[in-house]
Design a protein around this ligand. Structure first.
Ligand SMILES: Nc1ncnc2c1ncn2[C@@H]1O[C@H](COP(=O)(O)OP(=O)(O)OP(=O)(O)O)[C@@H](O)[C@H]1O
Length: 239
């Protein structure tokens, strides 16, 4: 049987499952997940510790493979790609923002943001890299810090640089993992406001968070409970 694919979905999961096998223990981390994320959406996925959020994000980011089910990016099946193909797909289609920023202190802000483009084949021309990096830094309002090193910046500024690095390759989707986890509430609010602005400018976002306050920034909210996904009704529907 061929799974029905919605061509318009940027990301589509069909009956996707992940089982971890360790010695005699079988953990069903994700159970028959069906999820469509459309271009221009801002989706949040929340849930308690151990519900499968990191597992889901790793699979969406092509860092791990499902045990069963299908995963389509822009209508193309990606669950069976080999390691090299996955790396290439990840570079072209996925922007990743981590809780811990993961910037390289030995490189300038400019070079950190340029990094994903330097791994592309065929090589991206230097003038195009320059243009794309400046555009991404402008989007996160950090163009004035291009020559700084990450460790010369505040946590909130570092997260902005990490977002610019995720945006620079014009990905299909931005996958965001607890973006405010290492920030105080002022910087956390500013980063969330930036993500909302980027979404309103057209960036598709899927964010994992355990903070319900920040889940409200998303236009569509899901809860993950024991590896199963449930839609959170919009406020107007809940009343
Ligand atoms: N590599 C692994 N091997 C075995 N079991 C794993 C592995 N990674 C995760 N699990 C199990 O899968 C389930 C889901 O874990 P996951 O890390 O995805 O949850 P989470 O929602 O991200 O949790 P947290 O919010 O605490 O980070 C848990 O029961 C966990 O123990």
């Amino acid at each position: 049987m061929t799974a029905s694919i919605d061509k318009k979905a940027s990301i589509s999961l069909k009956q996707l499952s992940k089982v971890y096998l360790t010695e005699s223990i079988e953990t069903h981390a994700l159970q028959a997940i069906d999820l469509d994320i459309y271009q221009g959406e801002f989706v949040s996925i929340s849930g308690p510790s151990g519900c499968g959020k990191s597992t889901l994000l790793s699979i969406l980011g092509l860092l791990d493979s499902p045990s069963d089910g299908r995963y389509f990016i822009e209508g193309e099946a990606v669950e069976d790609l080999d390691l090299d193909q996955r790396a290439e797909y990840r570079n072209l289609k996925i922007g990743f923002v981590f809780q811990s920023f993961n910037l390289i202190d030995e490189l300038s802000v400019f070079e950190n943001v340029a990094l994903p483009l330097r791994y592309r084949e065929p090589a991206v021309q230097e003038t195009d890299i320059d243009k794309a990096v400046k555009k991404a830094l402008t989007q996160v309002e950090m163009a004035h810090r291009a020559e700084h090193r990450p460790n010369q910046l505040s946590g909130g500024q570092q997260q902005r640089i990490a977002i610019a690095r995720a945006l620079v390759g014009a990905p299909t989707i931005l996958l965001v993992d607890e973006p405010t986890g290492n920030l105080d509430s002022h910087n956390g609010d500013a980063v969330m406001t930036l993500l909302r602005t980027l979404n309103r400018q057209g960036t598709t976002i899927c964010m994992v968070t355990h903070d319900p306050r920040y889940a409200n920034f998303a236009s569509k909210q899901y809860n993950l409970l024991d590896g199963k996904i449930v839609t959170v009704p919009a406020l107007s529907e809940a009343i």
